[in-house]
Structures are given as C-alpha cells and as structure tokens.
Design a protein around this ligand. Structure first.
Ligand SMILES: [Zn+2]
Length: 245
C-alpha cells in the first residue's frame, strides 16, 4: 500500500501519528503515513524511532523505498522489537540530522547555480556533500565559495511547484542532471524553485530543502577533484574555508 509521504507537503514536519499497515519478514515496517524521507535522489533516508503507546521505542536506520517508489519502509535496527499491524504509534525523525541534510541538499542546488554545468552525480551527507559536474575547465574553489555565500546571504526564498510528468517531458531543458533521472512516475514532479518567481533557479527534485537560503548557513568548497578529463567533483562542507584543515 502506498505510504502518504507527509514530508512532501511539509519539509519541517519531524513527527507524526501513524498506523502500522504492514510488517515484512525482514522487520521492515510500513505505516499509513510518515514524515520519514526514504533514500533517493542522492539524499539519505531519515533515521529516528517509532514510539509505541506504552512509551517504548523502536530505533530505526535510514528509511528506504519499497517495491514501488511510493512505499516507504521504516527499518528497525538489529535486535529491535517490531510492532503489529493495526497498531497506532508515533514516528519521530532524528531532526538534527535531517535539518543538516536539508541545509546540505539546498547547498547542492546553489552550487548548480554557481556552476551551471550538467550534473553527473550527487550525494548529500551530514558533514560533506559531493556534486559531480560534466566540465573540462578548472575553477578556483575559493571563488565558488564566495559565490555560494553570496546566494546564502541574499536569503532567497525556496519553494516547491508541482508540474505534471507530461509538462516535464515537454520541457526537458529544465533538467540539469545528466545521469540522475528526475523523480517521475508519481504522475507529478516537484520543481524546487529558488528566488522570487524562480529567478535564481528551478530544478526537478524530490528531496527536502530549507525554505530560505540563509538557513543553509556557512558552507565552503573543501575540494575540487578532477575525475577524468571532463568531470569535476566538488566537495561541500559546513563552516568557513580552512576550518577543518
Ligand atoms: Zn533537491
């Protein structure tokens, strides 16, 4: 059964009441609705716990998608007990971790504005994220950091616009990723827009993002690696340049 993905309408939702709809043989738990983001599009799934009515907790590793993308599986850590189908409980995500992932994920979008090249890969992490670009030229990392921090400081709004799969198919130019497919298949696609009237950027993305660029905070490009003749890997970290040297 499809899981109602509450995070799609509210990236800041960190807890919700839910009913267990299935428990898999491997312990995977399906809920009728959840604020847990499941691993996809380069963003890791949420961790956290399920709180049962007696107050006991079931600790969870990163959530993943199930047989289809609209099913979200909550995965108990080893040796945790599992709930029963029909049970009502409360899902809680590790908000500190998720918020870092939201800030980092948003930073990746800003990087794609500063470096307008096709994206060949991306991985969002709590401490470091990486974005690979199809580009041959060399670029100064401090200059990129400066441009990133300018966008952060300008505090542009970030919002989601929904378009249909057909609208996306009619406008292939808005997709920046070369190898990563946009999150189609649900009939509608979320466009993540930055700036008034998307003046800074808009990009199909199913991940979670902060609502204004200032929330990203201090970030910098720690490293730019050459990955082949026409590929550059950018590593983004929190803090100021040199703060982890
Ligand atoms: Zn995104």
């Amino acid at each position: 059964m499809a899981t109602t993905a509450l995070f799609r309408d509210d990236f800041y939702l960190s807890t919700n009441e839910a009913v267990v709809t299935a428990v898999h043989a491997d312990g995977g738990i399906e809920l009728d609705q959840t604020c847990f983001y499941a691993t996809s599009g380069g963003q890791p799934g949420d961790t956290g716990f399920l709180e049962r009515s007696d107050g006991s907790r079931i600790a969870l590793g990163p959530a993943v998608t199930g047989a289809t993308k609209d099913i979200i599986i909550h995965r108990p850590l080893a040796d945790e007990t599992v709930p029963i189908v029909g049970e009502t409980l409360v899902a809680h995500i590790d908000w500190a971790r998720r918020y870092k992932l939201m800030r980092m994920h948003t930073a990746c979008h800003l990087l794609s504005v500063v470096c307008p090249y096709p994206i060949t890969g991306a991985a969002v992490g709590e401490d470091e994220s990486r974005v690979d670009f199809d580009m041959a030229q060399t670029i100064d990392k401090d200059e990129v950091t400066e441009k990133l921090m300018r966008l952060v400081g300008e505090n542009h709004p970030i919002f989601v616009q929904w378009i249909t799969d057909a609208e996306l198919a009619a406008n292939p130019g808005i997709v920046k990723s070369k190898n990563v497919r946009p999150p189609t298949g649900l009939g509608r696609v979320s466009l993540v827009c930055i700036g008034e009237n998307s003046s800074v950027d808009s990009q199909p993305c199913g991940g979670t993002h902060v609502s204004e660029t200032q929330e990203v905070g201090a970030i910098y490009i720690a490293k730019i690696d050459k990955k082949g003749k026409e590929n550059r890997r950018f590593r983004i970290r929190f803090g100021a340049p040199g703060s982890d040297a």
